[in-house]
Each structure stands twice: as structure tokens, then as C-alpha cells.
Design a protein around this ligand. Structure first.
Ligand code: NAP
Ligand code: GLV
Length: 313
């Protein structure tokens, strides 16, 4: 029997996802009718969702067996009271690759002091600075050891950065010193020269990086945030940049997106703003994840990457 799959992830994404989803569903052996609009919501079996898409009230989709998010982050949907169906988030291997590239790029930029030369092509031969540290002398705190944090942490460890990872539950990840719990967070940040934030936004993680925790880092440290804007106390961050405790922050995500033109981050000389581009879901690989979850739903197997609604991620 055929299943009805409603692509409610935004009209702009439909052209890029339609063919990959059709192909992935066929490869998974799922007979499906895929559509970007519905007349009878009660007949929808699976909803492909992304924030900003067509649905905010899931009530009419009362027979849907799962909502399959195209995003890794679920903070925009997990608290939706009309959502009673299982919610699965996206773990896309290509998105993970993209995040590794972005994080390693930002970390190496700060580690190598690349800006000094890129931003100063002014005829001055700047060869007078002290011998810079090599990676093994530059401790990195990786906050979050999930799909993305583990991959980024291991890539940095492969370059010899001493990586301390932090997560809610205790992990064992080759190459990474793993800590957990609130005390573990302080220990991970203590003396860190670079902190990378890859935890989800939940009630427990808002303002995770506050003034007290920033002060635990090594003076002149760098912050790289591809996680979510509210993970950082913005006022504390700016104060730490102005006071010299932090040398620079590269921020991809913000409390308000798009970041308003008048926001102080834009003009701050020690802040790099990137417009939520660290790593995007890729249609070809994400379609296989969606199709696999629909296959699982139809065969009674547990869904992949199902969100724990009480934990919030
Ligand atoms: P994930 O697999 O769910 O991993 C989340 C990690 O955070 C896990 O290690 C988890 O601990 C840890 N964590 C959650 N709550 C915690 C808490 N209260 N205390 C300590 N650790 C906690 O998520 P992911 O796929 O790696 O993605 C992480 C986030 O990246 C997403 O939620 C999203 O916000 C962001 N993201 C951004 C972009 C971008 O382009 N900027 C792209 C994709 C994703 P456990 O391992 O113990 O569960
Ligand atoms: C992007 O930010 C995502 O959560 O996938």
C-alpha cells in the first residue's frame, strides 16, 4: 500500500528535494505519493518539515505517523503543543562533513592568526611576533558531543589539538577527553583557548556561555558558535571581547535571525558574523535519511534520530 508524504518544508526547497526524495523512497522500497500540498490532512502519513515551512498546527494531521525534520536543531518545533506525532531530527552525513569543514576552518583561522595578514596588505613585513603555538599547544573545548560535535572534535584532534568534549551523558570518543555534567563544563572550559558550541538550544543550555564561564577560558581565547545564538549571553560576550578576555568570536547563529543591521555584533571589530551558513542539510543525503525513516515507520522498526520531547532534543 502506498503512503502519503507531505513535503511541508517550504516551497523554496521543494524543487531541490523532490527528485532526491522520490529516488530515495524508491531505493528504500517505499511506495509513496509525495506532494508539496494537501487537500485532506487526515490522509497524510508522514510530514517532511522545516522551520518556516507550511505547518504550525499539526492537529489536522491526526493520522500522521511521524514528522521528519530537515534540520538538526528542533527548538522551533519541539515545544509545539499541537505536535503529538513522533518527531525525528536530521542527522545528515553531508551536513556533518560540511560542519567539520566550517569548524576546522574557523579554528585554524584563529589558531594561525590568518586575519593579521589577510586584513593588513599594507606593505608592512610583520615578521616580528613571537613563535606561535602549534595545535598541540592550543586546548579546544568542544561543547556538545553529538553527531556534529564528535565529528568536529575528532577532526581537530587529528590535527593534534588537545580536545576536551562535553556532553549531557558521559561519552567515550577516541582522541577526545570526554567530560559531562555541570562540573565537567567548567573543567572543559578551564584554560581552553578555543571553545566551539555544538549543543542544541534547550531550557538547560540557554546562556550556557556566561560571564563566569567565559572567565574560565585562557585570556585571549576564541569562541566559535555554530550551535544556536541563545547559547551565549550576548552582553557577557561583548564585555569579554571589549575587556580582552576573549580575542574574537565567530558567530553563525543569533537570538534574532536575520541579525538586525543595527545589532552591535555587525560593527564589533572582534566579531565575525556569518549568516547561519555553517552547514546546511544536503538534499541527496538527507532524502535517504527521510526515506529510511519512512521505511522504518512502515515496517514497525524504531525511527532513527527520534527527538526526546522531555529533553528537548
Ligand atoms: P546532537 O547529536 O543531538 O548532539 C547534541 C549534543 O549536545 C549531545 O552530545 C548532547 O549530550 C549535548 N547536550 C544537549 N543538552 C545538553 C546539556 N544540557 N548539557 C550538556 N550537553 C548537552 O546534535 P547535533 O546534530 O550534533 O547538532 C547540534 C546543534 O548544532 C543542533 O541542535 C543545532 O542547533 C546546531 N546546528 C547548526 C547548524 C548551522 O548551520 N549553524 C547546522 C546544524 C546544526 P548527549 O550526547 O549526552 O545527549
Ligand atoms: C541548522 O541550523 C540545523 O539545525 O540544521
Amino acid at each position: 500500500m502506498s503512503v502519503n508524504v507531505y513535503f511541508a518544508a517550504g516551497a523554496a526547497h521543494w524543487p531541490a528535494y523532490r527528485a532526491p526524495l522520490e529516488q530515495a523512497l524508491a531505493e528504500a522500497g517505499v511506495e509513496a505519493v509525495l506532494s508539496d500540498s494537501v487537500d485532506r490532512p487526515e490522509e497524510v502519513d508522514y510530514i517532511v518539515f522545516s522551520p518556516g515551512g507550511e505547518i504550525s498546527d499539526f492537529g489536522p494531521y491526526r493520522n500522521a505517523k511521524a514528522v521528519l525534520n530537515l534540520w538538526a536543531g528542533v527548538e522551533n518545533i519541539v515545544g509545539n503543543a499541537t505536535l503529538t506525532q513522533p518527531l525525528c531530527r536530521m542527522v545528515d552525513p553531508a551536513m556533518t562533513e560540511g560542519m567539520v569543514e566550517w569548524v576546522v576552518g574557523q579554528v585554524l583561522r584563529h589558531h594561525l592568526g590568518t586575519d593579521l595578514h589577510v586584513l593588513n596588505q599594507d606593505g608592512i613585513w610583520r615578521h616580528d611576533r613571537a613563535v606561535p603555538p602549534i595545535a598541540r599547544e592550543r586546548p579546544v573545548a568542544m561543547l556538545g558531543l553529538g553527531a556534529l560535535g564528535q565529528a568536529c572534535g575528532q577532526a581537530l584532534a587529528a590535527l593534534n589539538f588537545p580536545v576536551t568534549g562535553w556532553s549531557r551523558s558521559q561519552k567515550e570518543v577516541p582522541g577526545i577527553r570526554c567530560l559531562s555534567g555541570r562540573a565537567g563544563l567548567d573543567e572543559a572550559l578551564s584554560g581552553a583557548q578555543i571553545a566551539v558550541l555544538l549543543v542544541p538550544l534547550t531550557a538547560e543550555t540557554e546562556n550556557l556561555l556566561d560571564a563566569r564561564r567565559i572567565a574560565l577560558m585562557a585570556p585571549g581565547a576564541f569562541v566559535v558558535n555554530p550551535g544556536r545564538g541563545p547559547l551565549i549571553d550576548d552582553a557577557a560576550l561583548i564585555a569579554a571581547l571589549d575587556g580582552g578576555q576573549l580575542a574574537h568570536a565567530t558567530l553563525d547563529v543569533f537570538r534574532e535571525e536575520p541579525l538586525p543591521p543595527a545589532h552591535p555584533f555587525w560593527a564589533h571589530p572582534k566579531v565575525t558574523v556569518t549568516p547561519h551558513v555553517a552547514s546546511e542539510t544536503r538534499p541527496a543525503t538527507a532524502a535517504r535519511v527521510i526515506a529510511e525513516n519512512i521505511r522504518r515507520g512502515e515496517t514497525g522498526a524504531p525511527f532513527l534520530h527520534q527527538v526526546d520531547r522531555t529533553r528537548g532534543y
